[in-house]
Design a protein around this ligand. Structure first.
Ligand SMILES: [Zn+2]
Length: 74
């Protein structure tokens, strides 16, 4: 039983990490928490959380404070 709980926690860590590199930390955590190993696979394949900057029209991460291209808040 303890092994299953620990394995599940590792899955949550992995999927949260996979989500964070895509700008979707919360989605990654939720996937690992709810789905475990399946959530890790889901987090590995889910699309990047991007949004278009209002100033330069470049794609930036949704949870970024400033645009990586023009440096303004989007
Ligand atoms: Zn911009």
């Amino acid at each position: 039983m303890v092994e299953i709980v620990l394995g599940w926690l590792v899955c949550i860590l992995f999927s949260t990490r996979l989500g964070s590199v895509r700008g979707r930390t919360g989605d990654g955590f939720a996937a690992g928490f709810l789905l475990g190993p399946v959530g890790v696979i889901y987090a590995g394949f889910m699309p990047y959380g991007t949004v278009k900057c209002n100033h330069c029209r470049m794609w930036c991460f949704k949870d970024a404070d400033v645009c990586h291209n023009c440096g303004r808040t989007h």
